[in-house]
Design a protein around this ligand. Structure first.
Ligand code: GLU
Length: 381
């Protein structure tokens, strides 16, 4: 099935170590160059691309002459420290052929789970994308110890994809999709092209942590799929073994497509409207209330008053002067800053707060009006 690249605006691609690094010879430069040619193809088709790449430990262990055996945690961390430099340089050079800047982003579990750090990481990545760079993301292995690490880049990539509201997460694997058994071993192993939902039956097929099949990482890939699909991001597992893996995928190569039922925006709106505890409220004037019903974002100019204590990224109520609740939304400023810019024009924000403006107080994609919320409830029933 040929898939139009134009169906996707933002794609996260996860690259495993084995695809990029050969144990004997090191970095597979031809493969990397072909991947970057594919990234260029996607960019020319109007997609933004983020790469979540492993390979730091594999490159670093070779560089440091560490033996091919299971490494101690501190050895892996030392290997990652060395290898990440090589990895980032390799991407920077290969993407440079197409005049793309690479931006290295190293994340730990906490950066994707803790609200403030999550928002900061998302802002940095979004800014890189706005500036036309290609974010190259990996786990910050040098500081991530066993209790506080992802350990696998499948789930990290899924969290990154949901963080940036990507439409698609591509997991480049050493198998060309999802099978009901072990391909090449189980005679009746059937390949699935499309998976609408990750059911317990599907999970059983992935095997468990101890089986041969799970070494291809199907267990963590399904975990990644659950994270992605719940946030409106579709996922696809395909083989990355040959050159030009992304071109092959979109030309109709073997793959397992996990289709999200909604878009990242609708999934987020559903989450927002389900929040019971609101940090505070923003009282708006009639003009702003009308603008909101027409689908606009909430600007500071239409704000009469800010009440309660909330931080940037919290869900707050939007109310009219007469106390009637219009809806709720994810606010881009904390209560103190919001109070200071209430009633001001957007171009005054920078002078008042002494920092670059974050735009609207509540962006329309982060805002749910009561009328919309009722429609969402009905569609859920
Ligand atoms: N972050 C590790 C590395 O770059 C790899 C983790 C994984 O392969 O999932 O070497």
């Amino acid at each position: 099935m040929v898939v139009a690249t134009s169906s996707f605006k933002r794609i996260v691609i996860k690259i495993g170590s084995a695809l990029l690094v050969d144990r004997e010879t090191g970095l597979k430069r031809d493969w990397l160059n072909s991947l970057c040619a594919d990234v260029n193809m996607l960019r020319e088709a109007g997609c933004e691309v983020l790469l979540v790449s492993s390979g730091a430990i594999a490159l670093g262990r070779k560089q440091l002459g560490l033996p091919i055996k299971v490494l101690k945690l501190e050895e892996s961390q030392a290997a990652a420290a060395t290898g990440q430099i090589l990895l980032a340089r390799a991407y920077s050079e290969a993407l440079g052929e197409y005049d793309f800047q690479a931006g290295q982003v190293l994340l730990t579990l906490g950066d994707t789970e803790e609200r403030r750090r999550y928002i900061n990481a998302r802002e940095t990545i979004s800014t890189l994308l706005k500036l036309g760079a290609v974010p190259i993301i990996n786990e910050n292995d040098t500081v991530a110890t066993s209790e506080i690490r992802y350990g696998d880049n499948d789930r990290l990539a899924a969290r990154v994809a949901t963080m940036v509201s990507a439409d698609l997460l591509v997991l480049l694997s050493d198998v060309d999709g999802f099978y009901s058994g072990i391909p090449g071993k189980d005679a009746g192993a059937k390949r699935f092209d499309r998976i609408a939902e990750i059911t317990s039956e599907i999970e059983t097929m992935a095997g468990d942590a101890g089986t041969e099949l799970s070494k291809g990482g199907m267990v963590t890939k399904l975990e990644a799929g659950k994270i992605a699909m719940a946030a409106g991001t579709s996922m696809v597992i395909t083989s990355g073994k040959d050159l030009h893996p992304l071109k092959s995928l979109f030309d109709g190569g073997n793959a397992a497509w996990f289709d999200a039922k909604e878009t990242p925006v609708t999934a987020r709106k559903k989450w927002i409207s389900g929040q019971m505890e609101l940090g505070g409220s923003i009282v708006v004037d009639e003009g702003a209330a009308r603008a909101l019903t027409r689908g606009n974002s909430l600007l500071p100019a239409g704000v009469l008053k800010v009440t309660g204590s909330f931080s940037r990224g919290d869900v707050v109520a939007i109310v009219c002067d007469n106390g009637q609740q219009l809806g709720c939304g994810l606010v881009s400023y904390g209560a103190e800053d919001a109070g200071q810019i209430a009633g001001c024009q957007s171009d005054e924000i920078e002078t008042i707060l002494g920092m670059t403006s974050r735009g609207a107080l509540i962006h329309r994609d982060n805002l749910v009006l009561r009328t919309q919320a009722t429609r969402m409830d009905k569609s859920n029933a």
